[in-house]
Design a protein around this ligand. Structure first.
Ligand code: UD1
Length: 363
């Protein structure tokens, strides 16, 4: 029984990694399709190698462009693949443009869709990902949720209870599987850092980095933090180009961070695990720091992952310099490593998904 599994951008790769073997174990044959939304070695190939994801059966090579162009191009190229291979179901993960495009293409060809990481809502319609989530969920047949908030959100949108399955978090399956290897690399060493004596920063949301006022405000706080602890900053291509375009790297009141290339999975996980705390606007990192019990200050005013705040080690601090610095000051001197692990974030989420899908497809 063949099913098509879609991945396109960096945050998708750690989510599909555990699904491939889990599908095979229940007799489903995954056809792995890379849309090519991310294409740089450091944004894509590295993850396939480190996470031992098989070579994609096909790479559609879509690349970058406007959102309308990117989504329509993925749909167009997927249509012929779906028609040729006629999968029993299409599985999409996360909330990137490739996720939505694949869900629409499958829906139009009347192929059932499974959405892994369904039901998350930031209630911020200015985020492209929020719209991608809502639209993908509306046309999905299986909605696999990673935290209880998903059930309420989907019920409010009229999704039948029978289609919603709480399965836990596939990204945490990957984290648990790779943590020892990541630790063993001691990635902090190569940057001259000491465990617990440095801060990790990641930044790439358009709402933060495409708005020079917000970007400046965040970098000003980072500058202050860097006077106390080294701040290591793996730079996303979008952020790099914005910092260059606005000449922010030359400003002595805004630099102070140690800029590094986007990191591979093991190095990034190792850097986060040994950090004093993490500053981020990423969705996935809020979850990874919760699983690691590392304090996370999220540079956003909302989160689609509320369990990381109610149960985990995450706090929302926004983008204003003073708010960020006040939150940093409030972190206890001996930053606590405690955080309770959300329900079913136990390394077996992919297995649960595979069992439910196999049952549903064979019936
Ligand atoms: C995308 C996702 C976002 C996710 C992020 C993780 C959408 C709407 N956004 O945002 O949810 O958190 O990926 O990285 O799907 N670029 C490169 N090399 C690459 C890919 C992109 O240099 O391999 C550059 C291009 O100039 C491109 C820009 O980065 O225009 C943005 O890439 P894009 O995929 O459009 O969005 P992201 O900001 O990466």
């Amino acid at each position: 029984m063949s099913i098509s599994l879609i991945a396109g951008a960096r945050p998708n790769f750690m989510k599909i990694a555990p699904l491939v073997p889990a599908f095979r174990a229940v007799g489903l044959t995954p056809r792995l399709i890379h849309t090519g939304q991310h294409y740089d070695r450091r944004m894509s190939d590295t993850f396939f190698e480190e996470l031992e994801i098989p070579e994609p059966d096909v790479n559609l090579g879509v690349g970058s462009g406007s959102h309308v162009w990117q989504i329509s191009e993925v749909m167009r190229r997927l249509e012929s693949d779906f028609i040729e291979h006629r999968p029993a179901a299409v599985v999409v993960v996360g909330d990137v443009n490739s996720t939505l495009a694949a869900a629409i293409a499958a829906n139009k060809l009347r192929i059932p869709v499974a959405h892994v990481e369904a039901g998350l809502r930031s209630f911020d319609r200015a985020m492209p990902e929020e719209n991608n989530r809502i639209m993908t969920d509306a046309i999905s047949d299986w909605l696999f949720i990673s935290e209880p908030s998903g059930r309420e959100n989907l019920a409010r949108e009229g999704v039948a209870e029978s289609r919603i399955h709480l399965v836990g978090n596939v990204m945490i399956d990957t984290l648990l599987r790779h943590l020892e290897r990541a630790r063993g690399q001691r990635a902090w060493l190569q940057f001259g850092l000491e465990p617990r004596q440095y801060v990790v920063l990641t930044l790439h949301r358009p709402s933060n980095v495409d708005d020079p006022r917000r970007l400046e405000s965040i970098l000003r706080a980072v500058h202050e933090v860097s006077r106390q602890w080294p701040v290591i900053f793996p730079l996303h291509p979008r952020t790099k180009s914005q910092i260059e375009q606005h000449g922010l790297a030359q400003r002595s009141d805004l630099n102070g961070y140690q800029q590094i290339e986007p990191q591979g999975y093991h190095a990034m996980l190792g850097l986060m695990e040994a950090a004093r705390f993490v500053l981020t606007d990423s969705g996935g990192i809020q979850e990874e720091t919760t699983a690691l019990g590392v304090p996370c200050l999220t540079l956003r005013e909302n989160t689609e992952r509320p369990v990381t705040v109610t149960h985990g080690s995450n706090q929302l601090v926004g983008w204003r310099t003073d708010d960020i610095l006040a939150a940093v000051r409030r972190l206890p001197e001996d930053a606590p490593r405690s955080s309770s692990i959300p329900e079913m974030w136990d390394g077996r989420s992919a297995e649960r998904i595979a069992e439910i899908l196999a049952r549903g497809i064979i019936e």
